[in-house]
Write a protein that binds this ligand. Sequence first.
Ligand code: DQA
Length: 143
Amino acid sequence: MNVLVIHGPNLHLLGRRKPQLYGTATLARLNADIKKHAAGLGLKVRAFQANGEGEIIDLLTANAPWADALVINPAAYTHYSYAIRDAIEALELPSVEVHLTDISKREPFRRRSVIKPVCRAQFKGGGPASYFKALEFCASLKK
Ligand code: DQA
């Protein structure tokens, strides 16, 4: 099973962006851990990070033919990007939303996700484990 992993804006700054909130691991470390976890579950992963809304939509479109499932951390776009929401809906891939932090316990503007309705599941607040849980959810889809 092929899983497309997309990290949204500012996640290239992991490791130095508010480490008390987002942890000290870099994006490279996170991707290495995601790939290791995925391999243990028998999944293949392609991982990308992009800061732009259009860039994310182009990545989704280009990689959807390869992918059997999508794991996406839309970062700040979570809260207002109907364009990314529509792209996910249009591709009809089983999709999982992830967040390192618990967006339900942060500023009010982060509590709303416009992405959630087009995803099968949402994992939040676990740091890297949010991604691992999403991968496990994807693996459970093939049974
Ligand atoms: C985030 C939460 C978002 O509100 C924020 O804009 C991010 C990261 C998370 O992983 O916790 O950039 O998606």
